[in-house]
Design a protein around this ligand. Structure first.
Ligand code: FAQ
Length: 317
């Protein structure tokens, strides 16, 4: 019997069998609507995060302190654009169009990582973002490279390799500045004070309130929980930041000997929702910048589609 004609429960059972055997699901394969919708939601939000994520650091390209730093930052920001491209492509394989996704972003309906709605006030922010924000992204994305959906997992492998360089350049900067002049130390501490909490929010809501976690785990999209990844990252960061003489802006941070964990104070989830709902310090500016980039790029899109239709007509002659 043709697969398309199988009854829904049988197809679902087959699908779940594939997930539990660790097989990759590919674009033309049958998949439950919930699986498809969760992937579209997550991959498109991820793509938007990469593209909007270019803006905070991009603001410092013209003000980099020397040519080497400028070249590194240019390459990093350009990489993030590439990540957006891979991810939009991966989402397109699920039946959503690029136009639909961009429309959701530019109209303000789509979500993207809340961390990118905060301003970059000094050059040290570039170092802290590279180490902490790219580091948090990698922690999550290394897991997503095992995701059950083939195009997303393959995009993640490449993205993680590039993010690894991003994190290293940020860490190198922070290590230098934390041991540099008093002014550099102050600037670095100030950047850490402002980015620490938004970075922790990147991992998503706590496990007991996350609405999506269980569904994502069921379908093999995620294998580890938001809190597990957040805790693992805190455990890695705290000793390294302390070793550099930096203070973590959390009065309740404490070491739990029994579990070998650095336990953080309460994350301000009210602030998180304020920012996610559009009222963070830079939400409006970020969307305006993307809208302008989109309208400035109209002539490029028109030229590309005119060229494509010209080539198609020629091939029919
Ligand atoms: N910001 O049930 P959960 C990067 C939303 S890439 C905004 O916990 P879930 C690279 C969530 O969408 C960073 N919204 O959700 C870079 C959901 O809303 P919905 C992005 C958030 O999916 C570095 C609702 O709250 N990475 O940084 C956030 O289980 C430097 C309920 O939340 C990815 O997107 C947030 N932080 O967990 C670029 C990775 N957290 O859709 C430039 C893929 C939650 O139900 C410079 N995504 N929400 O209306 C994921 O792994 C997950 O989607 C999470 C959220 C972990 C982001």
């Amino acid at each position: 019997m043709e697969k398309e004609n199988l009854a829904e429960p049988i197809r679902l059972k087959e699908f779940e069998g594939r997930i539990s055997r660790g097989e990759k699901i590919e674009p033309g394969d049958w998949m439950p609507d919930e699986y498809r919708n969760q992937l579209i939601r997550m991959i498109s939000q991820h793509a938007h995060s990469e593209v909007v994520g270019m803006l905070p650091e991009g603001a410092w390209i013209t003000r980099a302190p020397n040519l080497r730093r400028k070249m590194v930052l240019l390459a990093k920001v350009q990489d993030e654009a590439g990540h957006g491209q891979y991810l939009y492509h991966a989402a397109e394989t699920l039946g959503v169009t690029r136009e639909e996704m961009l429309d959701a972003l530019l109209s303000g309906r789509a979500k993207y990582a809340s961390v990118f709605n905060y301003p970059t006030l000094s050059w040290a922010d570039v170092g802290i973002i590279g180490w902490l924000v790219d580091g948090a992204a990698i922690k999550n994305q290394t897991m997503l490279a095992q995701c059950s959906y083939g195009p997303y997992s393959r995009a993640m492998v490449r993205i993680c390799a590039e993010e690894g360089f991003h994190m290293k350049q940020g860490k190198e900067m922070v290590i230098r500045y934390a041991q540099g002049t008093d002014e550099q130390k102050k600037m670095t501490q100030n950047a850490l004070d402002r980015w620490w909490w938004p970075m922790l929010m990147m991992f998503g809501l706590p496990d007991n309130v996350s609405t999506n976690s269980n569904v994502l785990k069921r379908w093999g999209i995620r294998t580890r929980s938001n809190d597990t990844l957040r805790q693992e990252f805190i455990n890695e960061l705290v000793p390294e930041l302390h070793a550099l003489g930096l203070n973590i802006p959390d009065e309740d941070l404490r070491y739990d000997e029994d579990n070998d964990d650095w336990l953080s104070g309460e994350i301000d989830w009210d602030e998180f929702w304020r920012v996610v709902r559009g009222n963070g310090p830079c939400n409006k500016e970020r969307i305006e910048t993307r809208r302008k980039a989109h309208s400035d790029g109209l002539w490029v899109r028109e030229a590309v589609s005119a060229y494509a239709s010209h080539m198609e007509k020629r091939s029919q002659l």
